[in-house]
Design a protein around this ligand. Structure first.
Ligand code: 5RP
Length: 220
């Protein structure tokens, strides 16, 4: 296992301390979360179930015998556990590298607490070096791309990728995001945008960060 994977595995293991018996757990998407699912497996009969943020997460949970519930059948999700592509000092995030941003944002919004698990390569001063993923209705692709250029971003179609919701992703390069909440709100207003991968208005409540030596906790 390479160093990056070891750090992802370590932080995923640490997240298990935040899983309470009988809770429904919101489960994110990505390689860090895949490690988390491995550690969740032994607890599968202690929790009420999970809500999955993507079809791939749902498949992995089910393959491990972990109960997956429909979000519509769940009224209380005490904790949502997910990775991120970038995290700033205010615990605002860029997400969507795996293309699951829409369902991730829905479950983050529906959950009481959002615990984000990352390795230290994801911590930044200013969001935007990682291309900002935006999920877009296919027929609005060109229009949304033109609108984004007005924000000095360079949108690129994620080739060969269709989301779980049958939409496309535009990855926006060259954004230096000085005001994440404002940008998130403004991009959300563009007709045809389904979800912006900026989790600023509802960022994480707590971030666990793994480095070579230890795991630290960042709190709001
Ligand atoms: C998926 C995401 C992931 O959380 C993000 O891409 C981080 O992934 P990884 O844990 O593989 O580094 O937002 O849409």
């Amino acid at each position: 296992m390479n160093n990056s994977d070891s750090k992802k595995q370590a932080v995923a293991r640490a997240a298990i301390d935040f899983v309470e018996y009988d809770d429904v757990i919101g489960v994110g998407t990505g390689s860090t979360v895949d490690f988390f699912i491995d550690f969740l497996k032994p607890l599968k009969n202690k929790i009420s179930g999970t809500v999955a943020s993507s079809l791939s997460t749902q498949q992995k949970l089910e393959a491990n015998g972990i109960r997956v519930l429909d979000l519509n059948d769940v009224s209380d999700i005490p904790i949502y556990i997910d990775g991120a592509d970038e995290v700033n000092n205010n615990l605002q995030l860029i997400k969507g590298g795996g293309g699951a941003l829409t369902r991730e944002k829905i479950i983050a919004g529906a959950s009481k607490k959002f615990l984000c698990i990352v390795d230290d390569s994801k911590i930044v001063d200013i969001l935007g070096k990682f291309p900002l993923p935006i999920e877009v209705l296919p027929m609005a692709r060109s229009y949304v791309a033109r609108e984004i250029i007005r924000y000095k971003g360079m949108p690129a179609l994620r080739e060969g990728f269709i989301t779980d919701n049958s939409n496309i992703i535009l990855d926006v390069n060259h954004l230096e995001i000085m005001e994440p909440i404002t940008l998130e709100k403004e991009l959300n207003q563009i007709a045809g945008v389904v979800t912006v991968g900026l989790f600023a208005e509802r960022g994480a409540d707590k971030v666990l960060v793994s480095s070579d030596n230890d795991i630290i906790e960042l709190n709001k």
